[in-house]
Design a protein around this ligand. Structure first.
Ligand code: UDP
Length: 325
């Protein structure tokens, strides 16, 4: 019997991953401190005898030892996630991301368990070597800019993963590119897609930071989850990192226009200086685009859901679940 432990399994990606693994016949245990993950994301599974929720922190080492011991694969997603969270509390972000992963890798190593570590496209920072290849450069700003602590903490986790792999741990790394989809948090905290949808529903202006010409590649969560499972199930993925994302690039201004159109809101688009959104010393990533060839060649994975379709599905979900809609 395949038994997956998902750390951070009640977040947007983790809860969709839980559903997909249950559908594939896995037993699923989720550990989540429910700080940014939400019980609503997984409550439909609570009666399922093959699903178990542990409400606790991954920093609880004896508990993690027990959970990892009884799993056949660990999907390690728990982290302080998103630039906005990190900028607001950089200390907590660094401690959770580094200590938590240390615990997960050490106990997986003890029991020789398969691990998939959820990393981020933030790893590449401000590199202009577009599209980002897995073995490409990382280019970061100075350490007094808190934003880069997220990239750095996740990169340290990746180094740890590779270091354990050199000792024999069967671990893979997935680097996510701006996942969005059903279950994105109404507060819009840490996701521009959620924020624009909430603003559109409220009839408030959609707040575009800077000149809106910065770009991202938004990836529908169903695709993110497929890429994650493909990584966990392919032997050849062991010891490798993969970009898991859509490679269709769009400016934030264009994203705002699309969400305006799809929600039918009459609200305007309003440009806001970065300082106002994130405080004085903030630096953004201007372009972020994955090279997706490695995942395609080694895992047979390619993102399939195009942005209009994904946004329409997300907006339809949000209409049913957001308080203001
Ligand atoms: N952004 C924006 N308006 C918002 C929220 C975010 O213009 O209300 C911008 C943000 O400055 C960044 C991009 O959208 O350039 C993506 O932000 P997000 O926080 O979703 O993720 P990131 O890619 O920065 O991790």
């Amino acid at each position: 019997m395949k038994h997956a432990l998902i750390t951070g399994g009640s977040g947007v990606i983790g809860s969709n991953l839980s559903d997909a693994l249950l559908e594939r016949g896995y037993e699923v245990t989720v550990i989540d401190n429910l700080l940014t993950g939400r019980i609503q994301n997984i409550e439909h599974n609570l009666e399922n005898p093959k699903f178990h929720l542990i409400h606790d922190t991954i920093l609880n080492e004896p508990l993690m030892d027990e959970l990892i011991k009884s799993a056949s694969v660990v999907y390690h997603l728990a982290a302080a996630v998103g630039v906005k969270h990190i900028v607001n509390d950089p200390l907590q972000g660094i401690l959770i991301n580094v200590k938590g992963s240390e615990i997960v890798f050490a106990h997986a190593f003890k029991y020789w368990k398969r691990v998939v570590f959820a990393s981020t496209s933030e790893i590449y920072g401000r590199s202009t070597d577009i599209p980002f290849k897995e073995d490409g450069l990382r280019v970061l700003g100075p350490t007094h800019v808190d934003r880069w602590s997220y990239s750095t903490s996740k990169a340290l986790d990746e180094h740890l993963a590779f270091a354990y792999h050199h000792k024999g741990l069967p671990v893979s790394i997935v680097r996510y590119f701006n996942a969005y989809g059903p279950r994105i948090d109404e507060s819009g905290y840490g996701s521009v897609v959620a924020n624009f949808i909430s603003q559109a529903f409220r009839g408030e202006p959609l707040t575009v930071h800077g000149d809106g010409q910065q770009t991202r590649c938004f990836t529908f969560v169903g695709d993110t989850v497929r890429g994650t499972i493909a990584t966990g199930e392919h032997k050849a993925a062991i010891g490798q990192a993969f970009n898991i994302g859509n490679n269709k690039e769009i400016t934030i201004l264009e994203l705002a226009e699309r969400i305006k159109k799809l929600t039918g809101t009459t609200a305007d688009i309003k440009f806001i200086p970065y300082e106002k959104a994130y405080g004085k010393s903030y630096q953004d990533t201007r372009r972020r685009v994955p090279d997706v060839s490695k995942a395609q060649e080694m895992l047979g994975f390619r993102a399939e859901v195009d942005l209009d379709d994904g946004l329409a599905r997300t907006i339809a979900w949000a209409r049913e679940h957001y308080e203001v809609n």
